[in-house]
Ligand binder design. Sequence first.
Ligand SMILES: Cc1ncc(COP(=O)(O)O)c(C=O)c1O
Length: 366
Amino acid sequence: MPVPLFDPHTPLAPLREQIDAKLREVIDGKRFILGPEVAAFESEFAAYVGTRHAIGVANGTDAITLALRAMGVGPGDEVVVPSFTFYASAEAIPPTGARPVFCDVDPETFCVTAETVKAAITPRTKAVMVVHLFGNVAPVKEIEALGLPVIEDAAQAIGSRSPTGRAGALGTAATLSFFPSKNLGAFGDGGAVVTGDEELAERVRMLRFHGSRDKTTFELIGHNSRLDEMQAAILRIQLPHLEQWADGRRRGAQHYREAGLGELVDLPVPVGGCEPAWHLYVVRHQRVDDLAAALGAAGIGHKIYYRVPTHEQPAMREYAPANGRLPGTAEAARTHVAIPMSPVLSREQADEVVAAVRDAGLGRPH
Ligand SMILES: Cc1ncc(COP(=O)(O)O)c(C=O)c1O
């Protein structure tokens, strides 16, 4: 039985008629930009995350640039960012005028730690970006204790919980992506900045609309970066189901554990007491290319996402670390592979995946 890497369609199928009716309503209402759907989504989403403010923007990459600018990051500043992440986490920094400074990750969690961040801090560091990669939750409070503001790139972690709050409610500000495959996905691009800081929220609101509060006076060189009404309406219909979908992802991980996957590969380790809503379920093995080939032959969806880490990408050459060494990043990049995960991953599907991994006959992960 083939098992797909994602299954965004099954959870959405029961909502299809509601979505169709809502889209007709938006079209008939003739408000397409910054109207009632965006305003309602922003307050509902802030309540879900547990922050005071949410500001809808065009995508998760813009969300990072706007949040950093609103935090006062600019030319001459440095922002610490992990290299083992989707390229956009770092790409969003240079448009502010600041430089990305790459730090390492713990390959067991795929997240930064206070130690890896500390090693990258200089007198010019203005902020630290943690990435809640694959749905794990980086240790924000430990990193804040280093004395710098933390921005959470929570693009992959909506629905994840930590002992001190949801991913997105832990730092000075957090950024989300509603790219269609994300845990909460639009039918196009979308993103948000969430924060408890009123002034920061107001600056993001201005920055997303050409640096203006009232569309008449333009106080800043801003951006045109707005979530649109159609996407907000679609997200509002899905939001009440997000918690149940996140639980489904947690259940999927439990199925894998109960089926014995941990004897065959290294499982992702949740950071200190957090409960990840795994966006991607990423395991590690020293012979990962052989494992990927065996999964492919058995019809099991899989993907190696970040084989070339961000600091080694051609566009990031000028920001590469001076000594070039990020050993945890190199280990994660060399050994990881994502296997099927969705809100509806069944025990039977998990058994199928585990059987394919076992049949690959690669021996223990170390
Ligand atoms: C970790 C991470 N950061 C940032 C982004 C950028 O989001 P978007 O594609 O909405 O610009 C993504 C997803 O694409 C992501 O996975």
